[in-house]
Ligand binder design. Structure first.
Ligand SMILES: O=C(O)CCC(=O)C(=O)O
Ligand SMILES: [Fe+2]
Length: 299
């Protein structure tokens, strides 16, 4: 077995930008040199276009194949109002009810976002996508029981009604996250990690900032982009973001772990959970050890 190579003690590396590049026909080496190794966001326009999902995934497909699946993180969030990052309320709804009743209702008094149809639970969904060379995702080597237990390595389909958004945040576990837009359109507002001091821990709603309450936000430097159907956005580690579905949208959001963020995650786990932390490199190199540890209830 080829063992995983990772960088020695690493610090967060990022490169502030004014706008997000759109690239295609990018070699892996160019991707690493220009984006991954320097923590710079980008949009790649020729990943999804090669996926079966690009023609197969639509509302009918999810209604017919996953209609009875009940999901419980139907986050209510009003992008026209104040961000309620710390006041989340969740509802449970089936995929069919979301598509048939909620999305096509004439009137609705709240915004619900279906966002956790997980590839870990329905691995056949992954057959409609291809592990892109750029993703290089070590999470796929970890037992999914482990990923689910610790909510690591999210890889999920999001179906968002026009206007839905989750609040401003950065993705946990130092993830670099890929948002692959199968259909629809999203508006994305990004902030480099050093802008955190102006973001009030994500309580600001970037789509309608309340400047009386959050005056420092005027100092923040947002980087905005529109993500169109068929495009994939890479949000680097610790970049804050708020995303709004401008149209009804279907996307696959994939958290990745690899040499660009591994050391940051490892250092963090070792600090907070030393036993699991020290086992982590071993489990990554020998996934069967992870399965054994889960099955005997040790982790
Ligand atoms: O709405 C989206 O596509 C982005 C959601 C997001 O940022 C996340 O799931 O972490
Ligand atoms: Fe996110």
């Amino acid at each position: 077995m080829k063992s995983i190579q990772y960088k020695e003690k690493s610090k967060l590396v990022y490169t502030p930008v004014d706008s997000v590049d759109r690239r295609s026909n990018l070699s892996y080496e160019e991707f690493v040199q220009e984006y991954a190794s320097v923590g710079k966001p980008l949009i790649i326009t020729d990943i999804v276009t090669n996926w079966k999902a690009s023609t197969k995934w639509n509302l009918d497909f999810f209604r017919s194949n996953y209609g009875s699946v009940k999901l419980s993180r139907m986050q209510t969030y009003d992008p026209e109002g104040e961000a309620k990052r710390y006041e989340r309320t969740y509802e449970t709804m089936s995929v069919k009810d979301y598509i048939d009743d909620y999305m096509s209702a004439g009137a609705r008094n709240k915004l619900l976002y279906l966002r956790d149809l997980s590839v870990h639970d329905y691995p056949e969904l992954w057959d409609d996508c291809e592990e892109s060379i750029y993703f290089n995702n070590w999470y796929t080597k970890l037992p999914k029981e482990l990923l689910k237990k610790y909510s690591f390595g999210t890889n999920a389909v999001l179906i968002g009604f026009k206007g839905t958004s989750i609040g401003l945040h950065y993705d946990t576990e130092f993830s670099a996250t890929w948002v692959s837009l199968i259909s629809g359109q999203k508006k994305v507002i990004l902030f480099a990690p050093d802008q955190e001091k102006y973001l009030y821990e994500g309580r600001v709603n970037c789509f309608k900032p309340n400047l009386e309450k959050f005056p420092l936000y005027t100092k923040a430097k947002p980087v905005e982009c529109i993500l169109n159907q068929g495009e994939t956005l890479r949000i680097p580690t610790m970049w804050w973001h708020q995303v709004k579905n401008l149209e009804n949208s279907i996307s696959l959001n994939t958290d990745t772990l690899n040499e660009w963020n591994y050391e940051l995650l490892y250092q963090d786990i070792v600090e907070h959970a030393p036993v699991i932390g020290h086992l982590f490199p071993l489990v990554l190199n020998f996934p069967w050890i992870g399965r054994v540890l889960v099955s005997i209830g040790l982790v």
